[in-house]
Write a protein that binds this ligand. Structure first.
Ligand SMILES: NC(=O)c1ccc[n+]([C@@H]2O[C@H](COP(=O)([O-])OP(=O)(O)OC[C@H]3O[C@@H](n4cnc5c(N)ncnc54)[C@H](OP(=O)(O)O)[C@@H]3O)[C@@H](O)[C@H]2O)c1
Length: 262
C-alpha cells in the first residue's frame, strides 16, 4: 500500500475484468477509494471488490452503461454520496466488433462509437462537472489504443472511436487545465485480455505474429497498463493533453525488420 491517492475517490469504468480490474486494484493499493464499474458482469465486479478489500483497500461495485447519460450521472452521484468526492475518473470501458468495412452494419458501427467514444464523452463530462464543483481539480484518464493512431484492418469503428478519444482528450485538457483538471490518454498496444482473445480468434493472427511485430517482442501486461494510468492520474505531474503510448514500440516502428525476415 502507498498513499499516492489517499483520501481520493476514483471511478474506473469497465473494471470487472482485464485492464480495468488491474487499474482499480492499483489505485486502491495506492490509497484511493474505488468504484468498480461494470455493465453486465456483476459477479466479476464483486470479485474485484473482494480482492481489493482482502488487500486492505476500499471499493464498491456500481452498475452503469457508459453510453447512458442517466446511468453515468447516477454513478457519479453514488460515488460522491459514498466517498465524498470524485478525484480520479478512468474511462476504460470499451468493446469492439471485427469485420471488413464494406460489411459492417450501421448498427454495429453505432454500438462501438456509442460505447468507445460517446461513452468517454459522457463519463468525462459527468466527472468534469463534479470536479469543477469541488474547486480542487482532479484527473481524467482515457484508455484509448494504439489503434487510435494508425489504421488496422477489420476494425473501422474501433479505430475511428479511439482516434476520437485521443483528440477529445486534448480538447478537454485545454478546456479544464486552468481549473486544475488534467485529462490524458493511454494508448496500449496488445495486452492479453478477453478482448484480445476474442479478436485474435477472428482476425487469424497468432501470438507469434504479435511478438514478431512488436519491438519489445511480447504482449504488454495489465499491471504495466495500471502503472501508466496511476502515473497519469497523479495530481502533481504537470502533464495534460498527453497520449502515453504503452505499446512495446509498435507505433514507433513503421517496418519491423525481424518480422520481414524469412
Ligand atoms: N486488451 C488490449 O490489447 C487493448 C489494447 C488497446 C486498448 N484497449 C482498451 O482497453 C480497455 C479495456 O480493454 P480490455 O482488454 O480490458 O477489455 P475486456 O477484458 O473486454 O473488458 C472490458 C470491460 O469493459 C466493460 N464494458 C464494456 N462495455 C461497457 C459499457 N457500455 N458500460 C460499462 N462497462 C462496459 C466490460 O464489462 P461488462 O462485461 O460488464 O460489459 C469489461 O469490464 C478498452 O477500452 C479497450 O479498447 C485494450
Amino acid at each position: 500500500m502507498s498513499d499516492t491517492f489517499a483520501g481520493d475517490a476514483a471511478i474506473v469504468t469497465g473494471a470487472s475484468r482485464g485492464i480495468g480490474s488491474g487499474i482499480a486494484t492499483k489505485l486502491a493499493e495506492q490509497g484511493a477509494s474505488v468504484v468498480v464499474n461494470y455493465r453486465s458482469s456483476e459477479k466479476q465486479a464483486e470479485s474485484v471488490v473482494d480482492e481489493i478489500a482482502d488487500r486492505g483497500g476500499e471499493a464498491v461495485a456500481v452498475q452503469a452503461d457508459v453510453s447512458d447519460e442517466d446511468d453515468v450521472a447516477a454513478m457519479v452521484e453514488a460515488t460522491v454520496d459514498r466517498f465524498g468526492s470524485l478525484d480520479v475518473m478512468v474511462n476504460n470501458a470499451g468493446m469492439t466488433t471485427l469485420g471488413p468495412a464494406e460489411e459492417i452494419t450501421v448498427a454495429d458501427w453505432r454500438r462501438v462509437i456509442d460505447v468507445d467514444l460517446t461513452g468517454v464523452f459522457i463519463s468525462s463530462r459527468a466527472a468534469g462537472r463534479q470536479m469543477l464543483s469541488q474547486d480542487d481539480g482532479g484527473a481524467i484518464v482515457n484508455v484509448a489504443s494504439m489503434m487510435g493512431e494508425m489504421g488496422f484492418h477489420m476494425r473501422a469503428p474501433y479505430c475511428a472511436a479511439k482516434a476520437g478519444v485521443i483528440n477529445l482528450t486534448r480538447t478537454l485538457a485545454v478546456e479544464w487545465a486552468e481549473d486544475g483538471i488534467s485529462v490524458n490518454a493511454l494508448a496500449p498496444g496488445f495486452i492479453k485480455t478477453a478482448i484480445t482473445d476474442q479478436t485474435q480468434d477472428s482476425a487469424k493472427y497468432t501470438d507469434t505474429d504479435i511478438r514478431r511485430r512488436t519491438p519489445m517482442a511480447r504482449y504488454g501486461t495489465v499491471e504495466e497498463m495500471a502503472d501508466c494510468v496511476s502515473f497519469l492520474a497523479r495530481a502533481d505531474n504537470y502533464v495534460t493533453g498527453e497520449v502515453l503510448r504503452a505499446d512495446g514500440g509498435w507505433t514507433s516502428d513503421a517496418w519491423r525488420y525481424s518480422e520481414n525476415r524469412a
